[in-house]
Design a protein around this ligand. Structure first.
Ligand SMILES: Cc1cc2nc3c(=O)[nH]c(=O)nc-3n(C[C@H](O)[C@H](O)[C@H](O)COP(=O)(O)O)c2cc1C
Length: 330
């Protein structure tokens, strides 16, 4: 299956992993790349240059295939300016295949010097956006591709709440650069649908949590299989940063606080990153922010990354063929 995305990134399958704080470590990143997709290493998990370089080296010791680094450019996550500079300098020096930017556009950061530096180093630059106007401005700024992230996605969908099914074809209509669909993508049917909507590939995150190579507690995997597509909620509009998370005790509390006009100080303890290890490593799924998307309803098992990606592409080919057959029969 060849698309502009596979050609651009030098990968076998048009499937890439989204940034995942506390989960997108070298073993998962490398396993996805080795399986033919594009793995993701999430920069925000590394606070100094040595640690960051070690993570890149470890990934390279596990795969000789291309991978991507996520840099979340959001002032509200509290990463100091020097750290962002270190990420961009290192990504350029290490000539990483691609960078996924979310949040602020890179052309508006530090006068655009890092956009130029990364481009000069041959790093492909991809921006995750939730609106056509942000996609157009990324294209104008010289980005290589955009990720069209619909409201179904885990993490922080844009508060315009446009669904993937509309956002993807709108982006494909308006942009010349490749569009990658994110949000609601978890299997071969998703990939087939995204291609039909005009995308050159898909990004998934939630689905990759339930792979053997993602280091999470067994209870997390069971919870992801157990929960359905109607069990995530949007939160955070009252504090200026919308997010999507699994409905659990903490999320119920956050929604109550927001409904009565509570403050960030009241909300923060329920969604703080400090709870992350309790969730992912100890399997304490009733508390804290579990930033999964509606695609959780499509996750029914735990597979190796290779089984997952081979299966997705095979199922996509079958779905495309069977869709055409149904169309011709009627
Ligand atoms: C556990 C988790 C953590 C995430 N952390 C980040 C992050 O640090 N930066 C980012 O840009 N996106 C983050 N995301 C969003 C994903 O990269 C991706 O855009 C989104 O999850 C796609 O939707 P899906 O999960 O339904 O596949 C995260 C998603 C999940 C599930």
């Amino acid at each position: 299956m060849r698309t502009r995305l596979t050609e651009m990134m030098g990968i076998k399958y048009p499937v890439i992993c989204g940034g995942m704080m506390r989960l997108a470590y070298p073993p998962l990143c490398a396993a996805i790349s080795n399986a033919g997709g594009l793995g993701n290493l999430t920069a925000a998990m590394y606070s100094d240059k040595r640690e960051f370089q070690d993570a890149i080296e470890t990934t390279r010791s596990l795969t000789d295939k291309p991978f991507m680094i996520n840099v979340t450019l959001l002032p509200s996550i509290g990463i100091p300016e020097e750290r962002y500079m270190m990420y961009f300098e290192t990504i350029a020096d290490e000539k990483i295949a691609a960078v996924e930017i979310s949040g602020m556009p890179l052309n508006r950061y530090a006068g655009g010097v890092y956009l130029k530096k990364l481009k000069d180093a041959g790093v492909k630059i991809v921006h995750k956006v939730g609106s056509v106007r942000h996609g157009k401005s990324a294209e104008k700024a010289g980005y290589d591709a955009v990720i069209a992230a619909g409201v179904e996605e885990g993490g922080h969908p844009l508060n315009e709440n446009v669904a993937t099914t509309v956002l993807t074809p709108r982006m494909a209509e308006e942009l010349k650069i490749p569009v990658i669909t994110a949000g609601g993508m978890a299997n071969g049917r998703s990939l087939a649908a995204a291609l039909c909507l005009g995308a050159d590939g898909i990004m998934m995150a939630t689905r990759f949590i339930n792979t053997l190579e993602c280091a999470v507690h067994e209870k997390v995997r069971e919870e992801i299989v157990r929960r359905q597509e109607n069990e995530t909620v949007l939160y955070g509009n009252s504090i200026g940063l919308q997010g999507r998370g699994l409905l659990n005790d903490s999320m119920r509390e956050v929604l109550k606080i927001e409904a009565r006009g509570g403050t960030l100080e009241e909300i923060f303890p329920h969604i703080a990153g400090a709870l992350g290890d309790e969730i992912w490593q100890k399997g304490e799924v009733s508390k804290g922010l579990i930033a999964v998307g509606q695609s959780i309803g499509l996750v029914h098992d735990v597979l190796s990354c290779r089984e997952l990606l081979d299966g997705i592409v095979k199922e996509a080919e079958e779905a495309l063929a069977s869709g055409l057959k149904r169309f011709q029969e009627n």
